[in-house]
Design a protein around this ligand. Structure first.
Ligand code: DC
Length: 243
């Protein structure tokens, strides 16, 4: 039984021409560095949908386990511990057992250890259920992750698989790190990225893959606004064809 609890607050204003007459899930999946988070946030804002950052949930569990010295390599101990954590998403803010961890979960230490949690079948099952619970409460959701259109919301009305070439993703990451004062060569970043891609694409459950009915958008030569526009147009199109 999944004990973890997720509550979501904050209803952005409806600012789009896409009316919210009925339930809709927009699932955006793709590899790290394809621009999912920024794009998904903006699409949610544009449509007046709730934004669900599923990676933040995985990160919060790793953060909790590291803080409490829980052995990550012991799957059962880790999943027992994970199921007792309370994760709360409040728009862009992330709370773990009522402590705000929004920034603390975005560290290289967390990213390096995340595979222990992401590969853990019981943790995945629990987090997937929390994601569905989130969608039931929120009704209209833009969700982003690796397995949203395939495993968690296979019936999502609109699925997008966001990609970018490996070099472009590494270049973006390099810029992001430089803005935080961290200097890494492109080769170093590519090496980390390849390792992460390999793990994301090959985990036993919830692996990164494109859903058959997802629309693939390569963001290499597109601005963020152009990608957001494409997805908003796609949502509008799906609403028209399904109504
Ligand atoms: O999107 P992100 O970088 O914050 O995600 C962190 C990690 O969490 C990512 O390397 C893989 C894992 N993850 C996952 O396995 N399934 C998801 N739906 C979201 C993230």
């Amino acid at each position: 039984m999944c004990q973890a609890d997720i509550r979501v607050f904050g209803f952005p204003e409806i600012i789009s021409q896409v009316k919210l007459a009925r339930h809709m899930i927009v699932a955006i999946d793709g590899p790290a560095g394809a621009g999912k988070s920024t794009v998904a946030r903006m699409v949610a804002q544009e449509l007046g949908f709730r934004f669900l950052d599923t990676g933040a949930m995985y990160r919060a569990i790793v953060y909790a386990a590291l803080c409490q010295n829980i052995p990550l390599e012991a799957p059962e101990t880790l999943s027992d511990f994970a199921l007792r954590q309370k994760i709360r998403l409040d728009n862009d803010r992330v709370f773990l057992n009522d402590e705000e961890v929004t920034n603390s979960i975005r560290t290289p230490e967390i990213a390096n250890a995340i595979h222990y949690v992401a590969d853990n079948v019981q943790v995945r099952t629990c987090l997937s259920e929390l994601q569905r619970q989130f969608a039931r409460t929120a009704r209209n959701v833009v969700t982003e992750g690796r397995d949203q259109g395939t495993e968690v919301f296979p019936d999502a009305e609109c699925k997008v698989f966001l990609t970018a070439s490996a070099t472009e993703r590494a270049r973006r990451r390099q810029e992001e790190l430089a803005a935080r004062g961290e200097k890494l060569t492109l080769d170093e970043i590519l090496e980390q990225q390849n390792r992460r891609d390999e793990r994301d694409r090959n985990r036993p459950v919830g692996r990164l893959r494109k859903a058959e009915d997802a629309v693939e958008i390569c963001t290499d030569r597109l601005s963020t606004i152009e990608v957001v526009r494409q997805i908003v147009d796609l949502v509008a199109e799906r609403r028209t064809t399904s109504s």
